[in-house]
Design a protein around this ligand. Structure first.
Ligand SMILES: [Zn+2]
Length: 376
């Protein structure tokens, strides 16, 4: 039996989808602007606008006068309450859920400990959580799940190749959750999902290409190229954690000398600082305590090399840094800029680097956005 209510996301055709996407990602647009941006005729735009109004996704607002350009053009606004999406971040111990509206604003959150790491138990918990959320938000149209792990497969049927934290291998999670919840389901690696979410609705909104680097217990990257998230042949693009950044220096937990993980991750920084907590090391470095300055500076230099390598290879418009380890990038901004510049190919453009504040709830938000991306 399907858990979903009587309402479900309608099948949109490509033209309807591209107009709705334009208004969703770029905000309210006049029909004249939409004509320009989509290349569609005014007549088509009028018809598509009417379709989207009838479907309840947009409302037509005040006509905007266009100086010297004929009659005023009506503006399309998204109806944020037209649909909702559930997003779930799984860790090894807990489930964090968020519900977003059609404009990707979080309108509800809930969290539960996992009863076990057995796939059936976790899928069952997801089903129960989504059923509860549906009673409060009956227009939940799709579910997104993200986790630390490698994910492959076709949209709507993706499976987990492996997830270290959950001890899972080869789990067809999208199909399992979709069957349990009766809703279309998207699955993603958490950094990849966060990258795609920032691309449509966050710090990378509207960029054709971007790299997001997540700093924390590890370091990983997500990429958007040509307007599409890069998925990779094996579900793990952007694995920059063990890139060699130095011929000397410390070793990582895999025994590599001078790899990114040996410098940049929170555990590496704590280890080099004699086991003191990350926040304390960053604070003492900011005060100029020499031993801590050395640890943080070497980490910032390593980060700069990782960023410049990514930029040289994929030539992105924008780099977003986020994650629990963001204070590292914030602590010596001039050093980060010079470390990027030093390692960059002289012919490459210096990227725009954005430091984006991070909350753990961002992952559940990103999972919910992946559900929007699935149906749209
Ligand atoms: Zn390594």
């Amino acid at each position: 039996m399907s858990l979903s209510s009587t309402w479900s996301w309608p099948a949109l055709h490509d033209a309807q989808r591209s107009v709705l996407l334009e208004v969703l990602v770029h905000g309210s647009r006049s029909r004249a602007e939409l004509t320009q941006r989509t290349g569609m005729s005014r007549a088509s735009l009028s018809r598509l606008s009417r379709d989207l109004v009838d479907l309840g996704f947009v409302v037509e607002g005040e006509a905007q006068a266009r100086p010297g350009r004929g009659r005023p053009s009506e503006t399309l606004h998204v109806r944020a309450d037209a649909a909702q999406f559930a997003g779930i971040k799984l860790t090894g111990d807990a489930l964090y859920a968020a519900v977003v509206d059609l404009s990707a604003s979080v309108i509800d959150t809930v969290e539960h400990p996992l009863p076990s790491r057995e796939v059936d138990d976790v899928v069952d918990l997801i089903g129960t959580v989504v059923a509860d959320l549906l009673t409060a938000h009956p227009r939940i149209s799709a579910v997104g799940v993200c986790l630390a792990g490698d994910v492959v497969g076709d949209q709507g049927h993706r499976r987990i190749v492996g997830s270290h934290f959950l001890g899972w291998e080869n789990v067809p999670l999208a199909d399992l959750v979709s069957d349990r919840c009766g809703l279309p389901t998207e699955i993603g690696n958490d950094v990849q999902s966060l990258t795609a979410a920032h691309h449509w609705f966050g710090a990378g909104r509207g960029a054709r290409s971007l790299a997001l680097i997540g700093l924390g217990a590890g370091i990983g990257a997500g990429l958007v190229i040509g307007g599409e998230p890069l998925r990779g042949a094996h579900g793990h693009p952007g694995k920059v954690g063990h890139l060699r950044v130095s011929d000397t220096g410390p070793t990582c937990d895999r025994g590599h000398v001078g790899c990114a993980s040996a410098f940049v991750t929170i555990p590496a920084i704590e280890r080099h600082a004699g086991g003191r907590p990350f926040d304390e090391v960053i604070a003492r470095a900011a005060q100029g305590v020499p031993a801590d300055v050395e640890v943080v500076e070497s980490a910032v230099r390593a980060l700069g090399i990782v960023i410049s390598n990514l930029v040289c290879i994929v030539d992105v418009e924008k780099v977003i840094l986020t994650g629990e380890g963001l204070p590292l990038a914030e602590s010596f901004p001039d050093l980060l800029s010079s470390a990027i510049a030093e390692a960059l190919d002289p012919a490459a453009e210096t990227p725009s680097v954005l430091l984006h504040p991070f909350q753990f709830a961002d992952y559940a938000w990103a999972a919910a956005v992946s559900a929007i991306r699935l149906v749209l």
